[in-house]
Design a protein around this ligand. Structure first.
Ligand SMILES: [Zn+2]
Ligand SMILES: [Zn+2]
Ligand SMILES: [Zn+2]
Length: 152
């Protein structure tokens, strides 16, 4: 194996694209740029924030990536389990590279977001399940409240 091959195999962007191709998905330059941008960003971003970052790169490549392309691709990446989305408040959903293993606490006053492991909700989840037969998904919507700094 050459060094170039080894590097390409370790590249998460190429791994995702290979999986996408295996499932019959389309692999385009625009999609590669979106994925590259997503992996280089850290933390959550809305589809629009991602599009803005992609836009900066895309212009250098003489390409134009539409919002609809970004949304469609994010949906496909979500089906692949590469990204997940959460609703942190009244605004747009945010996308995150990490899997569905964490939840969010969002302060209604200052907007501070705290990430928590899902296990934090385990005891609550099992009593909800026992009493209502309902399985909670702590990741999909954030838990709203007041942060340490905003509690009066
Ligand atoms: Zn949703
Ligand atoms: Zn706060
Ligand atoms: Zn998160």
């Amino acid at each position: 194996m050459t060094i170039a091959q080894a590097t390409a195999e370790a590249d998460p962007v190429e791994l995702v694209l290979a999986e996408l191709r295996r499932r019959g998905g389309r692999v385009t330059t625009a999609r590669r740029l979106v994925l590259r941008t997503l992996f280089e960003r850290s933390g959550h971003c809305t589809a629009r924030e991602l599009a803005e970052d992609v836009g900066k790169r895309v212009r250098a490549h003489g390409l134009d990536v539409h919002m609809s392309t970004i949304y469609r691709f994010l949906d496909e990446l979500e089906e692949l389990g590469v990204v997940s989305h959460s609703h942190l408040g009244h605004g747009r959903a945010v996308y995150d590279l990490s899997p569905v293993g964490h939840s969010h606490l969002v302060c209604e006053l200052c907007g501070a977001v705290t990430e928590t492991p899902n296990e934090l909700f385990a005891a609550f989840a099992s009593s909800v399940k026992a009493r209502y037969g309902f399985s909670i998904d702590p990741h999909h919507f954030a838990m709203a409240g007041r942060c340490r700094n905003c509690v009066v």
